[in-house]
Design a protein around this ligand. Sequence first.
Ligand SMILES: C[C@H](N)C(=O)N[C@@H](CCC(=O)O)C(=O)O
Ligand code: MG
Length: 365
Amino acid sequence: MKITDIQFGMLRVPLKTPFKTALRTVNTVEDIVVMVHTDSGHVGYGEAPATAVITGDTHGSIIAAIRHYISPRLIGQEIADLNHITQLIQSAMEKNTSAKAAVEIAIYDLWGQLYNAPLYKLLGGGDPVITTDITISVDYIDKMVADSVSAVERGFESLKIKVGKDIGVDIERVKAIYAAVEGRALLRLDANQGWTAKQAVYALQTLEDAGIKLELIEQPVKARDLAGMRYVTERVHTPVMADESVFGPMEVIELIRLRAADIINIKLMKTGGISNAIRIADIAAMHGVECMIGCMLETSISVAAAVHVAVAKSNVITKIDLDGPSLCQFNPVDGGVIFNESEISVTDAPGLGIREIRGLERIEA
Ligand SMILES: C[C@H](N)C(=O)N[C@@H](CCC(=O)O)C(=O)O
Ligand SMILES: [Mg+2]
C-alpha cells in the first residue's frame, strides 16, 4: 500500500453552545480534513483545527505545511514502513504540530486498514469503552451552574470547568457549581493560563479551605511559566495538570525533572500526532506520572484517533477530555468511533473505521 496523493477539505460544524475559555470564544468548529490516498484505493482520514492561540497553527499554515513540506516527502512511501513515515513527518519542519498530527492520524488509519485491524488493537489493545468529561464554558455564574446541572443530568460524571477570567468571580463560579452538583460529578478546573501563580495559589487554597474537593487544576499560569507551575504545584493539595506548557516528549521530560506539575494533558494537536503521544505516555508511565488525553475543538475524525490511543494506553492515561464531538451540533462522520454523551466506544472496524465524512468542502490543490 503506497501513498499516491494527499488532499484537503474544510469541515464546518456549529457548536451546540459557544465555547468560551480564558483564551477565546468559538461558535463553529472549522477544521482542515486531510485525506491520504493510496495505490490500493484506500483512504486515510485526519483532521487539524486552527488553534492559533495555543499551537500557533492557522488554516493557511496547516495547508501550506502539508502541501509544501510534508506531502512531498510522503508520496511513494509504503504504509507498512510506519516508523519511517512518522519520522519523515516529524522532521519535515519545526513546530506545525496540528498539520503533522492530521497527516499522522491519516497514516495510522491506513496502517490499521493495511492489517485489517482497529488501530487500538495494533497499539496494544484495551477495554473498548472509555468515559469523557464535558467542558463548561466560562460565563455568568447562573449560566455555568445551569450548564453544569444539565451536563450531570445527561450523565456526565466529570465536569471541566473553564475559569481564568477574574479570580474573585472564578472562586464564586466554582463554589456555586460545587453546591449545585452536590457530589454527583467530579470538578476539574481549567484556567487556560489566566491566573498568575500567586492568584492560583490564593484561589485554590480558598476553595480547599472551604471544603471544596477538586479533581485537578489545569494550566493555571502562562504556558512558558514553568517556575510558576512549580510554585503552584508545591503549595496546593489539588493536583496540577500541565496543558499548554507541554507539547512534545522533550518538554514532558523537563516538566517531570522540575516537578512542575502532577499530571500531563496529552493532545495529538500539540504532540504532532500519535507517535509522540505514545512516547509521552511511555515516559510518563516510567516516572509514575498520570496523564489525561484531551482535544481541541475537533470532530469525531481526529478525536477518534485520540480515543484509540486512550484505549491502548489506559495504564497511564487515566483521565479523558475528549468532548469535542459532544460539543458539536451533529456528527459529520459515518462510521468511526461511537460517541454517546460521556460514553465513547471503539469498534473493530479497520483503522479508525471512518467510512464517509458528510458536508466536506473540497479545497483544490
Ligand atoms: C475541548 C476541550 N475540552 C478543551 O477544553 N480543550 C482545550 C482548549 C481548546 C481550544 O481552545 O480549542 C483545553 O484547554 O484543554
Ligand atoms: Mg486545557
